[in-house]
Design a protein around this ligand. Structure first.
Ligand code: ZN
Length: 242
């Protein structure tokens, strides 16, 4: 089995299409998603339909998915993100909203893997894991060997074997009795200074997690953001990966 783990797609159809093409090239035969399918970019309907047709084994809910599928007051979002969520609410069908609203915050697959968008301790509070200290808290609530997560849009891997170490990665060799908390990076709005789309593959039998970066038509995605009347800043940030 070779899984692709996708997250923080954020309605970026060009990035998602490029990532799925790469996944097919790599021989992926199972899909997992840690959430935030919508928000920020201009193709929420299309990205949602593609993700649903993929028949992912698990999709967990992101904070943008939660907000876009409800009429909740927007708290804790910057003004550009809030504008994009209001816009996204008007794009989705009722059926799409109901599907997103029903997604779980976290999900465990067998004895091996857990998926969550933000953190395991209080997944609905949307905290951030960005260093080994916040990783350690999250690892305290992790009862499988591997947990894939997202939310910061920065691919980092943390490993616990006694103490917690971690940082940027290209691949992780999974060792017995070690625990791993792995941020899969963002398909649709990377923020680590590399504008290419990010996702990981995981082959349980080979104990191997690999990060992949994929070029896509950023210019086309930016043009759609402007044409939709979404904030310019959301187009600009795709070009610099911030
Ligand atoms: Zn996100």
């Amino acid at each position: 089995m070779k899984y692709a783990v996708l997250g923080d797609i954020h309605a970026n159809l060009e990035a998602l299409t490029a990532v799925l093409e790469k996944a097919r090239e790599l021989g992926v035969d199972g899909y997992l998603c840690i959430g935030d399918i919508v928000g920020y970019n201009a193709n929420p309907r299309e990205c949602l339909e593609i993700m649903r047709l993929l028949n992912c084994e698990v999709v967990t809910k992101g904070n943008h998915d939660e907000q876009a599928s409800s009429e909740m007051e927007l708290v804790g979002f910057n003004p550009q993100a809030a504008r994009a969520i209001e816009w996204t609410r008007r794009q989705l069908s009722e059926e799409q909203r109901v599907w997103m609203a029903g997604l779980p915050y976290r999900q465990t697959i067998g004895a091996r893997m857990t998926l969550v968008h933000a953190t395991l301790d209080m997944p609905h509070m949307w905290g951030y894991v960005f260093d080994k200290y916040s990783a350690e808290v999250c690892l305290g609530y992790q009862f499988t060997q591997i947990c894939f997560f997202g939310h910061t849009h920065v691919p980092l891997a943390f490993e616990k074997y006694g103490t917690v170490v971690g940082g940027p990665y290209e691949e992780v060799r999974v060792q017995a009795n070690h625990k791993y908390l792995i941020n899969v990076g963002s398909v649709g709005q990377p923020r680590d200074g590399d504008p290419r789309a990010a996702f990981v593959t995981y082959v349980p039998d080979e104990h191997l997690v690999q990060l992949h970066r994929v070029e896509y038509d950023i210019h086309a995605a930016q043009g759609k953001i402007i044409a939709a009347g979404l904030p310019d800043r959301l187009a600009q940030r795709l070009g610099v990966g911030r």
